[in-house]
Design a protein around this ligand. Structure first.
Ligand code: SF4
Length: 317
């Protein structure tokens, strides 16, 4: 049975300690809430709040402006945020839903890049429907609170439904999310100040519920060519899954005497070793980007990092 006092304690805690100041919590604009949800996947709240969210919405304040934009411009504003398929899906969704972000979960789930979490978040935080939400933070709180050591996702959603406070579902979900981010931390949760401590089944050994499988990384060694002419650098549109649609340096076969630098770069599950080489012949179709404009171009953080070495090694012509 749902413990009403735990639900009330959670809401009372949210009232005083929740992150009410986050801009996407202070708006009813569903498109803005949707953009924030896509940006927040895999990205720290501060980076989204301080940098990417305001910049993106200043340029694309409505779903129509985003739908009408060139994908390159969307990528340019996403540059450095990673997981670029999110930007591609956001753009595609804007084109499919010009009239407005759908109200029904089943309609939201048909759109690219919107899974169960995002659909529920839009319905709960935007449309204020009586639905539960489970993200990584909420999952951790629920597992500990209910003492669930191993549980399938769909079962966890059932527990979230069971615990949902239907008299204020939106704040209940936001409270659980903030509790996971601020109190019920993966390591050293602060159970002594937690509003759920009286009922929580996991509080005696909370870290039992957050043991993770060791992450598996894939190591790759990549070689890129740097060709600069008239203060413009040759970039090509990537066909590869890693940076599909973005501008990247052309791949080359390494030639020792043309070596510029080697550096490391991490991207999702990849641990990359990147080596740069001068080239003076091009085999790919390229786009010439003015070096002064590079920071505004749709390039990945890898290419940004590489650009640092062009100037360091004085290869500018
Ligand atoms: S009592 Fe501790 S383990 Fe339980 S929900 Fe609160 S912070 Fe998490």
């Amino acid at each position: 049975m749902v413990n009403k006092s735990a639900q009330n304690a959670l809401l009372a805690w949210y009232e005083t300690d929740g992150r009410h100041e986050l801009p996407w919590r202070k708006t009813d604009n569903i498109y803005h809430i949707y953009v924030s949800e896509i940006m927040l996947q895999q990205t720290q709240v501060n980076r989204v709040r301080d940098e990417y969210y305001p910049k993106f919405l200043a340029r694309f304040p409505t779903i129509e402006t985003l739908a009408e934009a060139e994908l390159d411009e969307v990528f340019a504003l996403w540059s450095g945020l990673g997981y670029y398929s999110r930007a591609r899906n956001l753009h595609k969704t804007a084109q499919l839903a010009r009239g407005g972000v759908p109200y029904e979960q089943k309609e939201l789930l048909k759109l690219p890049g919107i899974g169960q979490y995002t659909a529920s978040a839009i319905c709960s935080f935007g449309y204020r429907q009586n639905v539960s939400v489970v993200d990584t933070n909420i999952a951790r709180v629920l597992k500990r609170y209910f003492g669930l050591l191993a549980v399938q996702d769909k079962t966890l959603w059932k527990y979230a439904d069971r615990f949902l406070n239907r008299s204020d579902a939106r704040d209940h979900n936001l409270a659980l999310m903030d509790l996971g981010s601020l109190v019920c931390l993966p390591k050293n949760p602060q159970c002594e100040v937690c509003p759920l401590r009286l009922e929580c089944k996991g509080k005696d050994e909370p870290e039992l519920y957050t043991r993770k499988k060791k992450k598996e990384y894939e190591s790759l060694e990549l070689f890129y060519g740097v060709y600069i002419k008239n203060k413009k650098v040759a970039l090509k549109i990537s066909e590869e899954k890693l940076y599909k649609g973005m501008l990247v340096l052309p791949s080359v076969d390494p030639i020792e005497e043309n070596f510029i630098a080697t550096f490391k770069h991490s991207y999702t599950k990849y641990r990359l070793t990147i080596s740069l080489y001068h080239i003076n012949e091009l085999y790919d179709e390229v786009v010439w980007i003015d070096l002064n404009e590079l920071k505004n171009a749709p390039i990945s953080s890898l290419t940004k990092k590489a650009a640092h070495f062009f100037s360091l090694n004085d290869v500018l012509i």
